[in-house]
Design a protein around this ligand. Structure first.
Ligand code: COA
Ligand code: MG
Length: 288
């Protein structure tokens, strides 16, 4: 499936060190998986996790889910070895943590160019440092860039922020940069993974900000994110009626239509068509 046409409603982190979770993921309804070698894996487990993950990904079984690997940064002792083990397998994307500026992305892109590759692996960036947020537009424009993941736990730590409200500006700067450059943009994790109501509320908020989906830490969070970031029946129904009314208006020589007491111009029709296309992409993924 074309990376840019995919839904990314639910993006599940799996520690690269946990064989049971790696196996279980093949049956879960997540749109995408982030196989993690960074913060979910303890320092002493890193080499074993890297080997386990390389073998697991080479064996496959994750289709139609998008496979994204989060490697360690190149300022650590593990980053280059992670890339050596993972690049040749050709994951759909590599997620680089703690990106501060475009030079970090360029460094990964150059390393990918220098290695034999079976496919064009794209780059996703963790947006989780103050410098990274301030450089979001330049990072989004860097080579191979295709996605942003909000690293809200690291960001809260760096900012000294005690609430999600305190991170609103950072979230929106990243969304602006992502939209300006055509990237996917997914929201941060909800830590209280047994609190379904809290997750629902945060998914709804992220969706209304404009995120494509949410990063998740536990399988129980998947269905909630999938529902929140998919167009609802009401939205699909409205989209169809808007398109119909607008086409009718055009036939009558009018440039605008009115649906449910609200104006419908060509830009609203673009949104309506995008809503229908998203529902189709979701249906195609779920049928695969
Ligand atoms: N992906 C896939 N499967 C997962 C999973 C995940 N992220 N988290 C848990 N599971 C599996 C477990 O292996 C278990 O499978 P089983 O029924 O085959 O034994 C099942 O789901 C139930 O797990 P549960 O016992 O409820 O959770 P836990 O207490 O074992 O683990 C966490 C809770 C939070 C430690 C765990 O979910 C986790 O490690 N999440 C990912 C954390 C991460 O990647 N962080 C980095 C980014 S913030
Ligand atoms: Mg982080």
């Amino acid at each position: 499936m074309d990376h840019r046409a995919r839904p990314f409603r639910s993006v599940l982190y799996i520690p690269g060190s946990k064989p049971r979770a790696l196996e279980k993921a093949k049956t879960l309804a997540a749109d995408a998986i982030i196989f993690d070698l960074e913060d979910a894996v303890a320092a002493e487990e890193k080499p074993a996790a890297r080997m386990l993950l390389a073998e697991t990904l080479a064996a496959g079984g994750y289709d139609p889910r998008a496979c994204i690997v989060r490697i360690n940064g190149f300022d650590t002792e593990w980053g280059d070895a992670d890339l050596d083990a993972i690049a040749a397998i050709g994951p759909e994307a590599i997620l680089l943590p703690k990106v501060n500026g475009p030079a970090d992305v360029e460094a990964l892109s150059a390393r990918l160019d220098a290695r034999p590759q079976t496919r064009e692996t794209v780059i996703w960036a963790m947006m989780e440092t103050p410098l990274g947020i301030l450089n979001a537009a330049a990072i989004a424009a860097a080579p191979r860039m295709a996605g942003f993941v909000m690293g809200t736990n690291d960001l809260a730590k760096e900012l000294g922020a005690r609430s999600r409200t305190a991170m609103t500006t950072s979230l929106q700067i990243c969304l602006l940069a992502a939209r300006a450059h055509g990237l996917v943009c997914v929201d941060g994790v909800y830590n209280a993974f047994r609190d379904e109501e809290g997750l629902e509320a945060e998914c709804a908020e992220g969706r209304d900000f404009g995120f494509d989906g949410k990063t998740l830490i536990h399988p129980a969070q998947i269905a909630i994110a999938n529902a929140a970031f998919a167009p609802s029946q009401d939205e699909l129904d409205l989209a169809r009626r808007q398109i119909e009314a607008y086409e009718e208006a055009l036939r009558e020589g009018q440039g605008v239509a009115v649906v449910d007491g609200k104006i419908v111009e060509n830009l609203h029709v673009d949104t309506a068509r995008a809503t229908l296309a998203k529902a189709q992409a979701i249906a195609a993924l779920e049928a695969a």
